[in-house]
Design a protein around this ligand. Structure first.
Ligand SMILES: Nc1ncnc2c1ncn2[C@@H]1O[C@H](COP(=O)(O)OP(=O)(O)OP(=O)(O)O)[C@@H](O)[C@H]1O
Ligand SMILES: [Mg+2]
Length: 370
């Protein structure tokens, strides 16, 4: 953060370092920026009326997860100018906030802790994920209501947390929805798969206690923790090392004044245990299923509103979809695939409806375990 700030100063004359930041655009073009920043060692800078001695040092040979060396920057100024630091840090803070405004930060597990996954990403628009009619808004309103009820929880000594379980077949928008909701409510996301190797009960607990502020926690493949109650493989490895009780402990955690909002996802709700579905662990269970007629129409409009203004091609598309018996039996991801393949070409999408048959899922439901 301080470095961002230093770049805006007129640097002292010695030890300039050229920092090259190269960025690839989706089109493949790359932009390269050069900025002059004070190199390692000592410098004198001026900020407002004060002179500040800057000592920038590398700390040993350690690197962070992004391969950036750890550094210490020591700032010294005259006692009379000590208040300048407050101005300086609040300016640095607001500069750094500007760079992530309107974006979603995604944290993942690296080096036993939460680390940002690349730079903050552009927010995913809320209505770009089409769930069953009204479901997305219902979940959003529930989260909002929870966020507004902080004092209610605290006054009653109830842990201020809420959990959602999203289940359903692959490619129905579980992960994407959490991303879109985070964008909508200005949250970041800390995501983790419970089947990830190297994840232990202790580590999971640590991670839940050390969530970055204003962050949804997204625990994917929640069923992985339940395999561990059954058998381990012959080699003693069961795929994941998080156990069922480990997951419950992590969800229960210690109460804190900060909100904690957890989303869990699974393709196999029948493998979960009812102990999970207790207030504070999972308050709401939602099934995201194969595309309904309504979802198909909505997705069509999102892709082809311009090319099909009167909706006549949409009617054709829906007729075909019904003929092939595809309503409620293909994933929204498969539908998106068809529309992407026929980008800007609604006729192409109509002609290729039959291709969706390959993506058709058997409708058989596995009964839920008691
Ligand atoms: N309901 C939806 N609305 C819009 N796009 C969707 C929807 N469902 C899936 N997609 C698209 O399909 C792709 C896969 O979706 P996503 O990863 O969210 O599925 P998922 O339910 O999390 O699947 P899995 O169970 O395999 O993790 C994404 O590119 C997403 O944009
Ligand atoms: Mg997913």
């Amino acid at each position: 953060m301080v470095e961002a700030l230093i770049r805006r100063f007129t640097p002292g004359l010695h030890h300039l370092q050229i920092k090259t930041a190269s960025q690839k655009t989706p089109g493949g073009a790359s932009h390269t920026h050069f900025s002059l920043v004070p190199g390692h060692g000592k410098h004198i800078l001026r900020f407002k009326n004060a002179f500040i001695a800057v000592d920038r040092q590398r700390e040993g040979k350690s690197f962070d997860a992004q391969g950036q060396p750890f550094e210490t920057i020591k700032l010294t100024t005259l006692y009379a100018h000590r208040h300048i630091f407050e101005d300086m840090f609040s300016e640095a803070h607001s500069l750094s906030m500007q760079s992530i405004e309107g974006k979603t930060m995604v944290y993942t597990l690296r080096n036993m802790t939460w680390m940002p996954l690349g730079d903050a990403k552009r927010k995913r628009p809320f209505d770009s994920v089409v769930l069953e009619e009204g479901m997305a808004e219902m979940i959003r309103d529930d989260v909002r209501e929870f966020l507004n009820a902080r004092t209610w929880y605290l006054d009653r000594g109830i842990p201020y947390r809420r959990g959602y379980l999203l289940h359903g077949p692959p490619g129905t928008g579980k992960t994407s929805f959490v991303q879109a909701l985070a964008g909508e409510l200005d949250f970041n996301i800390a995501m983790l798969s419970l089947s990830q190797r190297g994840l232990t009960d202790d580590l999971l607990n640590q991670l839940m206690l050390n969530l970055p502020p204003r962050t949804f926690v997204l625990l994917e493949d929640a069923d992985a923790a339940f395999n561990n109650r059954r058998q381990r493989d012959e080699d003693g490895f069961s795929g994941a090392t998080v156990t069922f009780s480990g997951l419950l402990n992590a969800l229960d955690g210690v109460a804190s004044a900060e909100e904690r909002i957890a989303f869990m996802t699974t393709n196999h709700i029948e493998r979960l245990d009812d102990a999970l579905i207790r207030p504070g662990r999972v308050d709401m269970t939602l099934r995201l299923g194969e595309a309904t007629l309504w979802q198909m129409e909505q997705m069509w409009d999102r892709f082809y509103a311009h090319q099909d203004p009167d909706g006549s091609k949409r009617t054709l598309f829906i007729e075909r979809v019904e003929q092939y018996g595809l309503v409620n039996s293909v994933s929204t991801a498969a539908l998106q695939g068809l529309f992407l393949y026929n980008k800007d070409d609604p006729d192409g999408a109509v002609n290729m409806v039959g291709q969706l048959l390959m993506a058709k899922t058997p409708t058989m439901e596995v009964p839920k375990k008691n």
